[in-house]
Design a protein around this ligand. Structure first.
Ligand SMILES: N[C@@H](CCC(=O)N[C@@H](CS)C(=O)NCC(=O)O)C(=O)O
Length: 222
């Protein structure tokens, strides 16, 4: 088998790439990385600039890649399946990239600040970080809700943008629900019906107890 994905079943950016792989039925090996082990962190540093997950190794082409969006673009180009994840029209592809970036930067990374405050900062940090962070999430939820007013998916057909939206909304919605945004809520429910998403969240289930806010994970995901 040519492709190996290095990652962890709880890691949001790994979910994003797993959705892409499952959408297309792509054959790959999942290499479970245990970030609690120094040797595993050292390994990731040989694969990606920041030592972050995921990484994708393509033995057949002699390539190792980092950054979830790059991985999905690479898969789309070199291991395409029945569902293109980037529109073939270059201008439409820009829109898909825009909403992919939007989900990563304005939702996933914003949510991550709350997680990082709990995991890595002084005890009182969470109380300082959370109000500003949730205000920025509200801003992003409003923007996504507007974008989804008259479309099923973020940028035309299901695309890289929707792969990014899955973990971004899953984890952000746990920490700061978006029920007040009807188009966004309906979109998330639509995402949850896709077999690729069902599979990713099913595989994450045993690990969700390790999410730093396990008591806030809705029962339907456990
Ligand atoms: N921009 C990167 C983000 C990757 C990222 O933040 N990965 C997390 C897991 S979801 C990670 O490796 N965290 C461990 C660390 O920061 O050392 C991408 O899109 O792949």
């Amino acid at each position: 088998m040519s492709l190996t994905l290095y990652g962890h079943p709880l890691a949001a950016y790994c979910h994003k790439v797993l959705v892409a792989l499952y959408e297309n039925g792509t054959d790959f090996t999942f290499r479970h990385v245990d970030p609690s082990q120094q040797s595993e962190r050292d390994l990731m540093l040989t694969l990606t600039p920041m030592g972050k997950m995921p990484a994708l190794e393509d033995q057949a082409r002699g390539e190792t890649l980092a950054e979830s969006s790059i991985l999905i673009e690479y898969l789309d180009r070199h291991h395409p399946g029945p569902h293109p994840l980037l529109p073939r029209d270059p201008d439409k592809a820009l829109t898909a990239r825009l909403w992919d970036r939007f989900c990563d930067i304005h939702i996933a990374n914003t949510m991550q600040q709350i997680v990082d405050a709990r995991l890595f900062m002084a005890k009182e940090a969470e109380a300082y970080v959370t109000p500003y962070t949730t205000s920025q999430l509200d801003r992003a939820y409003r923007a996504a809700d507007r974008q989804l007013q008259d479309r099923d998916w973020l940028a035309g057909d299901f695309s890289i943008a929707d792969c990014a939206a899955v973990p971004a909304l899953f984890y952000a919605g746990i920490l700061h629900p978006f029920d007040a945004h009807p188009n966004l809520s309906a979109y998330f429910e639509r995402l949850l019906t896709r077999p690729s998403v069902i599979r990713v969240l099913d595989e994450a289930k045993p690990w969700l107890v390790y999410f730093p806010f396990p008591e806030r994970v809705p029962a339907r995901f456990l």
